[in-house]
Design a protein around this ligand. Structure first.
Ligand SMILES: Cc1cc2nc3c(=O)[nH]c(=O)nc-3n(C[C@H](O)[C@H](O)[C@H](O)COP(=O)(O)O)c2cc1C
Length: 253
């Protein structure tokens, strides 16, 4: 694989705030394996550490720091515990705070459960959510089943068989992240709009996606496309510096 000119940025999101959460040692192992890889930058984003508003939902709760990390990211690893055969509500709440930031980025999910299914049921339920966010899910998962037995008291991984599975999962994630970055920055939409200038470096950006959003402001009603039921936002990425930006697509004729 050709090394990207800029390091890929692949944060790991720890998707639970539960006291005594076993998803924490899982996230640390995945982070450690990611950190060994060349040409890649990573960090742990702990939903328990985010200044999370719970008096609203969706983009109204957006945190500037988290949003910037999502905008910068090329791929995400979600560490997703299984709660009552579903995913963590707070992981969903945090993911819902962004939208445009995710478009055409890769995502892989590490499921964690006390039972024998390794969080698989929560992962399956998460997939349509990720798709609606514009993320592209890889076909490898990692499944930590009976996770309470997978680590010793110091948080060290007991079962080394997880490591080659994590390795294959990360290989697929990095391939998808590299390929999607190329697409965002170099492969234009059919009938692409006139180029947008990069707000960071001034280079010509690439128009790689369109997403229908609901008009939040009545003043924007002019740009509602009646055939599509919302305003169309055009996503652009910069091949020179990797910045992502968007603007309203042209008004319907
Ligand atoms: C509200 C709740 C529901 C849970 N439901 C399930 C479940 O459906 N299946 C399962 O295998 N484990 C279930 N568990 C156990 C978690 O999967 C287990 O705690 C695991 O370590 C991952 O979550 P954690 O990071 O919070 O520890 C549940 C835990 C909680 C707190």
């Amino acid at each position: 694989m050709v090394a990207p000119a800029r390091a890929l940025y692949v944060p790991v999101i720890l998707g639970t705030v539960r006291q005594g959460r076993m998803s924490l040692p899982v996230a640390r192992v995945v982070l450690s394996e990611l950190s060994r890889r060349p040409d890649l930058e990573t960090e742990l984003i702990d939903v328990a550490q985010l200044p999370l508003r719970v008096d609203d939902a969706g983009e109204a709760t957006k945190d500037a720091g988290f949003s910037e990390k999502m905008r910068r990211s090329d791929a995400l690893v979600l560490v997703s515990p299984e709660y009552n055969h579903g995913y963590s509500g707070l992981l969903k709440h945090v993911l819902d705070s962004c939208l445009k930031e995710y478009v055409h980025k890769a995502v892989g999910v590490v499921g964690v459960s006390a039972g024998p299914f390794g969080g698989a049921r929560g992962i399956q339920d998460l997939l349509p959510v990720l798709r609606e966010l514009g993320l592209a899910a890889i076909f490898w998962d990692v499944n930590f089943s009976t996770v309470q037995n997978a680590f010793d008291e110091s948080g060290t991984l007991r079962d080394q068989a997880y490591l080659p599975r994590i390795d294959k999962f990360l290989n697929e994630l990095v391939w998808m992240a590299t390929t999607l970055r190329h697409g965002r920055e170099r492969v234009a939409m059919p009938q692409s709009e006139s180029p947008m200038r990069c707000p960071k470096c001034g280079a010509e950006m690439n128009h790689h996606a369109e997403k229908v959003l609901q008009a939040a402001d009545p003043a924007e009603e002019w740009s509602v496309d009646p055939a599509l039921g919302g305003v169309v936002e055009a996503m652009h990425s910069c091949p020179a510096c990797g910045a992502n930006a968007s603007r309203r697509a042209s008004a319907p004729a």
